[in-house]
Design a protein around this ligand. Structure first.
Ligand code: 9PG
Length: 690
């Protein structure tokens, strides 16, 4: 086990007495004497070890704290990933300079910020933020990265007994692991803590963790689609939805999901009461979406209701209350909103009716279930936050049945293996990052910069826990403040690291070049991500598509940055072919991304790039020479394509050094020498598609 020199403490209330038991790898003790009410199990499993703490108290006792303290020697260059509280919380590898902050508590802003209830979206009301560089906390799992290939992971195998809070102090070299026991009922017998430790490369530690969690990869596959939110927000109508649907259907765009977001309902909570702007009803729209060949999706926030809803005015008794009897809210969205008490059978019955209507009567086949964190903001009914959230997810899975769930705004561990798709970052904003929000607002605020950080930072969950939803990409020029370079970086990062790829753009309003860029998403192929590095918001990633190696360089900073490729790469920059020789310094503009395809030295014939795909040349699936029949040329090229390729393009190919010309599709193609040292061959460019 990589965690050494650790010391555990359990505190509990036994009648009127506060007691303490210490534990370490040698066993459990009270005042130095052996204890038999707690038992520690340490076992080695393939790829790591498991630490479990079991209790057998004679009569139930009230646990008040459970923690492990350990030392860790951090050295320069180490980074730490500690999973943020919920979907939207910024989560990536932090270096020793990073500071995590709660929303501003400045007296000057207090009045302005108060109605937004920013604290409610994260863990601010139950975790003390260190507000110092290099002092972090996170939930359920995390790792320390000491080199490119060395990751020390700790992950909870059980959050039903309470969420696991992980802390790291990179300066004092301290780690701690605590259970969030707030609200827990008295414990007699059971497992108090179950942790998995592993030390290996990135993929191995996560493969082993998910194997020990016994979570099967989701049945769903990479999925493309459309959602109404990031163009219309709540201002949607039947007309707007059908107009956008027609834009996709008439162009035969092969997306899978067409999803209606917030705005169809008269109030959050009143899910069966539909706005007049949807005169034909939701069933009609779901049918139209299905008829167009797409999967109809609908947004709901099932665990909350807003102040102006009928539900709220008629059923205050359905709302969770705190220890003072006050109604518990979950934030400032809409007219302010409150948490439903899922312990009440009436609440569960209401939600069953809602989902039966949405799924069976209206015919939606996917539900985006949002603001789920509200289920566990306040521990109640003798249950910890962890238990409440896990049970809430079980309930959703039960009532949604075999239809698909896109989870959102949810603490992630309880969603592992429970939802097909899950948001793993915050909302994309129509600008890169609002400067004022960045200074004063919460970690869950809409921010394109943070959304990109999470798409990369939480990539390990994709296809292990569920399919990752990195949030939308946007390519349009209307109703947006992102510039063209920023939009392309968002597009490239999301399409590489995410596998639920939605946009909210109106295709009708695209310029020619925006539309061509959009079509470059297809065919949406599987990627295999290799090593990823980040220095001050400049990301480098190796990846493969169908066995071909690529490299991505994404400058997510506001400054110009240099890099040099470790091997020759073929890129398309502004649509023009460009060789990056190895070792040569290349300048990337602020927010710019370059994607290069690596040469395959062993292959004489090799597609290097194309103008039509976001991942150049990935659309070519096979290539071979055939003897030429008509032209007497030495050879004829035959190509096959991945499906679907939706537009014309130019394919750049490396052909053997001797081939000065060849035939493709009845045309003679002339070649030119490859202008890069170390690569022998000729370069050919040919047009394809119709
Ligand atoms: C609908 C939206 C969209 C969106 C969701 C969610 O931290 N916040 O204040 C915050 C508010 C709203 C929000 C995300 C964060 O958006 O992620 O896709 O469905 O609700 O209301």
């Amino acid at each position: 086990m990589w965690m050494t020199q650790w010391q555990g403490t359990v505190e509990y209330q036994d009648g009127y007495q506060q007691k303490q038991i210490q534990f370490d790898e040698h066993g459990c003790r009270t005042d130095g004497k052996a204890e038999n009410q707690l038992r520690l199990e340490l076992k080695t499993v393939s790829g790591g070890s498991i630490l479990r703490l079991l209790c057998a108290f004679e009569r139930p006792v009230q646990l008040t704290s459970l923690r492990i303290d350990a030392g860790y020697k951090f050295v320069g260059g180490n980074t730490v990933f500690l999973n943020g509280y919920q979907s939207w919380t910024d989560s990536r590898e932090f270096d020793a300079r990073t500071v995590l902050s709660p929303p501003s508590s400045s007296p000057l802003l207090r009045k302005k910020l108060a109605p937004h209830r920013l604290n409610r979206y994260g863990d601010y009301d139950f975790v003390q933020y260190a507000k110092k560089s290099g002092r972090f906390h996170g939930w359920s799992y995390g790792y320390i990265r000491s080199s490119e290939k060395n990751f020390c992971l700790v992950g909870s195998l059980d959050e039903r007994s309470g969420f696991t809070l992980l802390k790291a102090d990179m300066y004092s070299g301290r780690l701690s692991i605590e259970k969030d026991l707030a609200g827990s009922a008295a414990a007699g017998e059971g497992c108090l803590l179950s942790l998995f430790f592993a030390e290996a490369d990135y993929d191995t530690v996560f493969d082993c963790y998910f194997r020990e969690l016994n979570i099967q990869p989701p049945a769903a596959k990479p999925t493309t689609g459309w959602t109404s939110w990031y163009n219309y927000y709540q201002n949607i109508s039947e007309k707007i939805i059908l107009k956008n649907l027609d834009a996709f259907a008439s162009r035969k765009i092969p997306i899978e999901v067409f999803q209606i977001d917030d705005g169809f309902q008269t109030a959050v909570g009143d899910w069966l009461s539909i706005q007049d702007k949807f005169p034909s009803g939701m069933g009609h729209i779901a049918r139209r979406i299905s008829e167009a060949g797409y999967t109809p999706g609908l947004w709901l926030a099932p665990f909350v209701c807003e102040t102006k809803s009928r539900l709220f005015s008629e059923h205050k008794d359905w709302i969770v209350r705190d220890g003072d009897g006050q109604l518990v809210d979950a934030g400032g969205n809409w007219s302010g909103f409150y948490c439903l008490n899922l312990e009440l059978p009436a609440v569960r019955d209401y939600l069953r009716t809602v989902f039966r209507t949405v799924l069976d009567d209206w015919g939606f086949k996917l539900v985006k279930l949002d603001f789920l964190y509200a289920a566990c903001i306040q521990p109640h009914s003798g249950k910890t936050r962890g238990q409440l959230m896990c049970e809430a997810m079980d309930f959703l899975r039960e009532i949604v049945g075999d239809k698909k769930i896109l989870g959102c705004g949810v603490p992630l561990w309880p969603a592992f293996g429970k939802v097909e798709y899950c948001r793993i970052g915050t909302d994309v904003d129509l600008q890169w990052d609002n400067k004022l929000y960045r200074m004063v607002a919460h970690r869950e605020r809409p921010s394109t910069a943070n959304s990109i950080g999470n798409a990369i930072g939480r990539r390990h969950l994709d296809k292990r826990a569920f399919i990752n939803d990195p949030d939308v990409f946007l390519l349009r020029h209307d109703n947006i403040k992102l510039n063209a370079v920023q939009k392309r970086t968002l597009f490239a990062v999301n399409a590489l690291f995410g596998n639920l790829l939605f946009t909210s753009d109106d295709l009708e309003l695209y310029s020619d070049s925006e539309y061509r860029q959009y079509l470059g998403l297809f065919p949406f192929l599987q990627k295999r991500i290799g090593q990823v590095d980040c220095v001050k918001d400049f990301y480098k990633a190796d990846f493969e598509i169908a066995g071909a190696r690529y490299r991505l360089f994404a400058n997510c900073s506001y400054e110009r940055r240099f890099f040099s490729a470790p091997e020759p790469l073929f890129c398309l920059r502004d649509g023009k072919p460009l060789w990056l020789p190895s070792g040569q310094a290349v300048i990337l503009n602020p927010y710019e991304t370059l994607i290069g395809r690596c040469d395959a030295a062993a292959q004489e014939l090799w597609p290097l790039g194309s103008t039509s795909s976001l991942f150049p040349a990935s659309e070519a699936s096979s290539w071979q020479w055939l003897p030429s029949e008509q032209t007497g040329q030495s050879a004829r090229l035959e190509l096959e394509w991945q499906q679907p390729v939706l537009q014309k393009g130019i394919l750049y190919l490396k052909v053997p050094a001797g081939v000065k010309q060849f035939e493709y599709n009845g045309t003679v193609i002339y070649t030119s020498p490859v202008p890069v040292a170390g690569i022998s061959g000729q370069l050919a460019a040919l047009e394809f598609g119709s």
